[in-house]
Design a binder for this molecule. Structure first.
Ligand code: QAP
Ligand code: CO
Length: 167
């Protein structure tokens, strides 16, 4: 297993659109293991393959307290969504930046698991928000890009300043 490097916003590679996984091979299972290890190490509650510069539709999520409920979503598709929520979000690719995004309150997602089996997940609250946030990464969208131009410009300036400090 390995801890992967997480791309940092505004890295252009975060805007790459991921391709569907054709077959859930051992290579994909290895990627999932490494992504899970990277997420747990960070620590974070969700990570999309895009964030580790792999442009395939793979997501890992674990919102459990004990960090023992890994959810793997391969080729996820939202088949139903309801309501509205505005959770405070963060992102491992945008460290230290938090803010609200408008999303659906609950979603039903169809996806393959690590065994390549199709499953359907009904999610609400934090899990639903996390799934939508990670699925956005797979189409090259980062949560801060929902914000106003003014707020995004200020965020970019803060990130630049921070990245200068840690160089
Ligand atoms: C996405 O984000 C998410 O700024 C997952 O310094 C987050 O795991 C969806 C993290 C909240 C919905 C609600 C962020 C770690 C982790 C930071 C994460 C940081 C250290 C973010
Ligand atoms: Co993120």
């Amino acid at each position: 297993m390995a801890i992967l490097k997480i791309l940092q916003y505004p890295d252009e590679r975060l805007h790459t659109v991921a391709a569907p996984v054709a077959h859930v091979t051992n290579k994909i299972r290895l990627l999932i293991q490494d992504m899970a290890e990277t997420m747990y190490d960070a620590p974070g509650i969700g990570l999309a393959a895009t964030q580790v510069d792999v442009h395939e539709r793979v997501i890992v999520i674990d919102i459990s307290e004990k960090r023992d409920q890994l959810l793997v979503l391969i080729n996820p598709e939202i088949i139903a969504s309801h309501g509205a929520s505005d959770y405070e979000e963060g992102c491992l690719s945008v460290p230290g930046i938090y803010g609200k995004v408008q999303r659906a309150e609950s979603v039903t997602v169809k996806a393959l698991n690590a065994q390549g089996e199709l499953h359907v997940v009904d999610a609400s609250g934090l899990l639903a928000v996390c799934i939508q946030h990670e699925m956005d990464h797979l189409v090259g969208k980062v949560f801060v890009e929902y914000w106003s131009q003014l707020k995004l410009t200020r965020t970019l300036a803060r990130l630049k300043k921070k990245q200068r400090r840690t160089m």
